[in-house]
Design a binder for this molecule. Structure first.
Ligand code: MTE
Ligand code: MO
Length: 182
């Protein structure tokens, strides 16, 4: 599946990108559309692995590295996971190490062009080393967490970790320790 539910309409005046939860400052941080687009940028290459098929091979993504968000809004030392939130409550959980990976990027552009609305304009997460459901389109927030919690598809039968090389597709394949009890 490519996405669940309708494509959200972009509202520039109310759009923001928030970081909340276990921030070191104990405060929520927020950028508006302009502020987010002024952050330092990076470019990564990465294919996109859907569970059911390969999509978007040979892709170049540019945007704001997840590591830049961690530098600008540090989490508490006991943060272990993040939840990335999108419009309409879509979410995906990631281990902090997967989020901090140098190729994990909040992409605004794909192959040099702004994202199309179907592919997540204005911002989507791209995690090239995990299955594509770990990359929410239409991202609005990051939550730092002190314990793991399942995101949208992870609650509905998809694997908590989602490593495509280990073929971690479905939650029945999880081994003890791969995810929180369900
Ligand atoms: N907000 C949101 N993001 C989402 C999804 C979704 O349902 N909602 N589906 C995921 C899944 S399952 C896939 S395969 C990819 C598809 O990305 P694409 O449409 O850009 O190819 O988006 C991911 N991001
Ligand atoms: Mo998917």
């Amino acid at each position: 599946m490519l996405h669940y539910g309708p494509v959200p309409r972009f509202k520039p005046l109310t759009w923001d990108f928030q970081v909340f939860g276990a921030t070191a400052s104990a405060e929520k941080h927020r950028w508006d559309f302009e502020g987010f687009h002024e952050l330092p940028r990076t470019t990564v290459r990465g294919d996109f692995h859907c569970v059911t098929r390969f999509s978007m091979l040979d892709s170049e993504w540019s945007g704001v590295a997840a590591g830049t968000i961690l530098d600008l809004v540090p989490p508490t030392p006991d943060t272990t996971h993040v939840m990335v939130w999108a419009e309409y409550g879509y979410s995906a959980n990631l281990r902090l190490a997967d989020f901090a990976d140098s190729r994990t990027v909040f992409a605004t552009h794909h192959n040099g062009e702004p994202l199309t609305v179907e592919h997540g304009f204005p911002v989507r997460l791209v995690v090239p080393h995990l299955y594509a459901w770990k990359g929410p389109k239409w991202v609005r927030a990051v939550e730092y967490m002190r314990a793991d919690r399942r995101g949208f598809w992870e609650e509905r039968g998809y694997h908590n970790l989602a490593d495509p090389w280990a073929e971690q597709r479905y939650s029945y394949q999880e081994k003890p320790g791969d995810g929180p009890l369900r």
